[in-house]
Ligand binder design. Structure first.
Ligand SMILES: Cc1cc2nc3c(=O)[nH]c(=O)nc-3n(C[C@H](O)[C@H](O)[C@H](O)COP(=O)(O)O)c2cc1C
Length: 199
């Protein structure tokens, strides 16, 4: 199963393009699941270190569902609106809260491909910075960061929404970056599965 995570506080442009990415993967035969911040309760990490000792988070909120999805997944898509030139606070909160999952199972994400999607209201509003933050998370957790490559999707899928759903739908370059990234991501999910099975 491929899990797609939206870090937007609303069901808007990010949710829309993440759904398109998941549909493309479903058409390629992958099982999919979506988790979105807009309809979830996600507390902030308190750095209480309860998870270090107890291997679970002190908060009992919707992250429990996300932990299950991440652990069961073969690949992860992190989609964020650009907020102040980086990932949204909702996305950041979810990334920080994976600490509890990783204390319980340090292998939970290892070897899994990950791709990022960033949706900014401005043309150059920080999409690349948000994607770098997402790719850093993948690297730190021994995942395989996947982009669509040069000539269109260097760090992942990047959209210019002009702050509207209509805007993101009409962003042809953004859609091209999504198609390029999803194509490579699907290839890597298949490759990584073959590698895992060979062990
Ligand atoms: C708090 C906040 C900060 C934002 N900061 C940026 C920014 O730094 N760069 C940018 O391009 N857009 C910024 N935006 C605009 C959103 O990225 C844009 O409207 C995006 O399409 C929202 O996606 P959504 O509909 O999925 O929430 C910001 C929006 C909010 C609410």
């Amino acid at each position: 199963m491929i899990v797609g995570v939206s870090g937007s506080p609303r069901k808007g442009a990010t949710h829309h393009v993440l759904s398109l990415a998941l549909k493309m993967l479903e058409e390629r035969g992958f099982e999919i699941a979506i988790f979105s911040a807009h309809d979830s309760r996600i507390e902030l990490c308190r750095h209480c270190d309860f998870c270090r000792k107890s291997k679970r988070c002190v908060h009992e909120d919707d992250m429990i569902k996300l932990y299950e999805l991440l652990e069961a997944s073969k690949g992860v898509i992190l989609a964020t609106p650009v907020h102040n030139g980086g990932v949204s606070a909702h996305m950041k909160a979810m990334l920080e809260r994976t600490r509890a999952l990783l204390f319980r199972n340090p292998e939970a994400l290892a070897g899994k491909p990950g791709m990022g999607i960033a949706v900014g209201g401005d043309r150059n509003g920080g999409q690349d910075l948000a994607l770098l933050e997402i790719n850093a998370f993948f690297t730190m957790n021994r995942m395989i960061p996947v982009s669509g490559g040069s000539f269109g999707a260097n760090l992942g899928a990047a959209f210019w929404s002009r702050d509207t759903l209509e805007g993101v739908r009409n962003d042809g370059e953004g859609m091209r970056s999504l198609e390029m990234t999803v194509k490579r991501f699907a290839e890597w999910v298949e490759k990584s599965e073959r590698i895992r099975k060979s062990f």
